[in-house]
Design a protein around this ligand. Structure first.
Ligand code: HEM
Length: 429
């Protein structure tokens, strides 16, 4: 079997999304530290100042306030009646036909989440893990790399497996490369959509909508055929077709829309989380040895990596009534931009927040969200990353940074992670 490196198109798409959300500083943590101290509820949009496009739409030019403290952000994410998510639908959500769980509110969100959530519970995941996730990652991504002795863990693995796994979980055939390409390209085009410059935004939006429509046209007949054949298997698509909550069921169009919505949620976030964790571990050889000897620590390492270096670094909500946060009056209709990266380093909550410490006492961090919109795919994402790390530790002996290539760096303001993770290992005799 040959390795399945990401194609040039996907790599280019990844680079373009990285550039889109990179912002104008490599590491904003000192800025956030200062803001938490001096201006924790800031009038204005820090992301605009840092050169990152918004994921929310703001056609009515509502005022924006930025929150930096863990307590304030947690309170907003917990109160989904005062702070709602529809603004995501006016931004990123508008590229995917607006069937985006993150952009839904109130009872509609509760009902739709009720239909989707059972398919993501650990009992379902258990079968996917042994039948799909582990064999795909080990067999298709790591095994073919082993004889090479060197790889870029992003280009050669990380860009490929999250899409491949979601594709397999949904129940698409393994040899359908056209579909997979479409899936991967789609995820990246949607994420490249938001822009600050209006001309670039119009062009990117046009491209995102085209690819989004192409994917819809591709998936809908598959959903119809699956329903017609009884949808009896264990795949995510069949589970969604069979799902029932409070007497309601998903239509073919909604299953198609959900499938499409999964891509920007599930692919790139997992790629970057995997890359970030690998960098944090490779930078700490002693910790890597400890984890090699006790694999139960991988789960803790993922949680700490999602706190310390969250991939999705900010969240947005709109407030539906006048509120006061930290003594600042915020009028109804304002947008709250919340810096997760800052909350996760808040010294009021985390001891030595700027230290990567997998043994720290677990407290809620917001890297997988918080409250009613908390990531529905968290267990899938963690299972994938855990599987990938286990496979690397088992099959790439003495894995370490490639001394001949630039060392990986975690950077970016809007989306954080490494652009490449070049490693070498001892090729087994
Ligand atoms: C490490 C990878 C991942 C990260 C860091 C991540 C992060 C997040 C975050 C922060 C949210 C909350 C959004 C908000 O509050 O507005 C979220 C929601 C969501 N995620 Fe993930 N995610 C990851 C992987 C996945 C995967 C693999 C899937 C699907 C298989 C997925 C599906 C979703 C969905 C559907 C939502 C919307 C939930 C709702 O609004 O009720 N995510 N994710």
């Amino acid at each position: 079997m040959t390795a399945q490196p990401a194609t040039g198109g996907i790599q280019q798409g990844f680079r373009s999304v990285t550039a889109n959300f990179a912002g104008n500083v490599a590491d904003p943590t000192p800025i956030y530290r200062e803001k938490r101290r001096t201006d924790p509820v800031m009038e204005g949009d820090i992301l605009a100042e840092l050169g990152v496009p918004p994921i929310f739409g703001n056609p009515r030019q509502r005022p924006v306030y930025t929150l930096f403290r863990h307590a304030d952000i947690g309170a907003v994410l917990r109160d989904n009646e005062t702070y709602i998510s529809r603004l995501i639908g006016e931004g990123l959500g508008s590229f995917v036909g607006n069937f985006m769980l993150t952009a839904m509110d109130g009872d509609y969100h509760r009902r739709m989440r009720g239909l989707l959530q059972p398919s993501f519970m650990p009992n379902v995941l258990k079968a996917w893990r042994t039948e799909l996730i582990d064999p795909v990652i080990r067999g298709e991504y790591v095994a073919p790399l082993v004889p090479r002795g060197r790889a870029d863990l992003i280009a050669d693995m990380g860009l490929g497996f999250p899409v491949r796994v979601i594709y397999a979980i949904l129940g698409f055939p393994a040899d359908d490369l056209k579909g997979q390409e479409l899936f991967a390209g789609m995820a990246l085009k949607i994420l490249a959509g938001p822009k600050r410059d209006p001309e670039a935004a119009a062009q990117a939006r046009k491209e995102a909508l085209e690819v989004s429509q192409a994917l819809y046209d591709y998936v809908l007949p598959v959903v119809r055929a699956r329903r017609a054949s009884g949808a009896v298997d264990n795949s995510l698509m069949s589970r969604l077709i069979r799902s029932e909550f409070e007497g309601e069921r998903l239509t073919d169009e909604q299953v198609t829309d959900f499938t499409r919505m999964l891509l920007p949620a599930a692919a790139e976030t997992t790629t970057r989380t995997f890359g970030t964790l690998m960098v944090l571990l490779l930078e700490r050889p002693e910790l890597l040895e400890r984890i090699k000897a006790d694999r139960s620590l991988i789960s803790k390492a993922i949680d700490e990596s999602v706190r310390y270096e969250p991939v999705a670094t900010f969240k947005a909500r709109e407030c539906v009534r006048d509120v006061e946060i930290g003594g600042v009056k915020i009028p109804a209709g304002s947008i709250l931009s919340m810096v997760v990266h800052s909350a996760n380093r808040d010294e009021e909550v985390f001891e030595n927040p700027d230290t990567f410490d997998i043994d720290r006492k677990q407290k809620p961090s917001f890297g997988f969200g918080y409250g009613v919109h908390m990531c529905i795919g968290m267990f899938v994402a963690k299972a994938e990353v855990e599987s990938a790390v286990n496979a690397i530790l088992d099959m790439m002996p003495n894995v370490r940074f490639d001394p001949d290539l630039p060392k990986a760096e975690i950077s970016g303001v809007g989306l954080r992670g490494p652009a490449a993770v070049n490693v070498v290992w001892d090729v087994p005799a």
